[in-house]
Design a protein. Structure first.
Length: 218
């Protein structure tokens, strides 16, 4: 029987871990997250792109723990704000601001602006301890609502209106959101070619020699 490959998700978010574990069930992998290990240093996400930050998190985690790691970085890009908040989405209203603080700052910035086009973008990086990584991307286009609506989701979901379903992301069920969201689309790409991902990992992971201890016949 094939021994499952361990992959660590570079997160302590149980919801994200459960989503990825569910997505990859049936494949010969064992999904862990950071809570399954001792404390490791935080990664400073100071990249200029989602790609840089995702790779930085995945590569660092893989090197520290010695197993393949998956990390994502994502954010909201608003056309009228020249792509802001972008990579600064989590810190848009200050370091210790709440989701609601960020939503209200965005709504205030967008007051009186007709062009409300926006897109969520997500980059997922799968890295091995030696450095190489695979990259997957997902994008979902919508518009910034006039006011926050809905109680599901997190982050900017209550102010991101998705026209095809006529609701904000925070009004969608988790299943609906997973089908159309930026992260959901990136994860679907990974699932669709995960057999190739496993082969890629096996080619790049050092093979541990096995020694049988016991009587050698001398």
């Amino acid at each position: 029987m094939e021994h499952p490959i361990e992959i660590v998700i570079a997160t302590r978010n149980k919801g994200k871990t459960a989503e990825i574990r569910d997505l990859l069930k049936g494949f010969p992998v064992s999904i862990k997250d950071l809570d399954d290990f001792g404390p490791i240093p935080d990664v400073i996400e100071d990249g200029d792109t989602f790609d840089e930050n995702a790779y930085k998190k995945a590569s660092f985690t893989a090197r520290v723990l010695g197993i393949p790691a998956l990390a994502d970085d994502s954010g909201l890009m608003v056309e009228a704000l020249n792509g802001l908040p972008g990579v600064h989405s989590a810190r848009y209203a200050g370091e210790n601001a709440s989701d609601e603080d960020r939503q209200q700052k965005l709504l205030k910035e967008m007051q009186g602006i007709d062009n409300r086009k926006a897109a969520f973008e997500c980059t997922i990086s799968i890295a091995v301890p030696t450095g190489p990584a695979l990259t997957y991307e997902g994008r979902c286009e919508g518009i910034i609502a006039e006011k926050a609506k809905g109680a599901n989701g997190f982050g900017y979901d209550p102010v991101f209106f998705y026209p095809p379903l006529g609701k904000t992301f925070a009004e969608l069920t988790r299943e609906e959101k997973s089908r159309v969201s930026h992260r959901g689309r990136a994860l679907k790409e990974i699932k669709d070619e995960f057999g190739k991902v496993i082969k890629w990992i096996k080619l790049r992971m050092p093979i541990q020699e096995k020694f049988i201890c016991g009587d050698n016949g001398d």
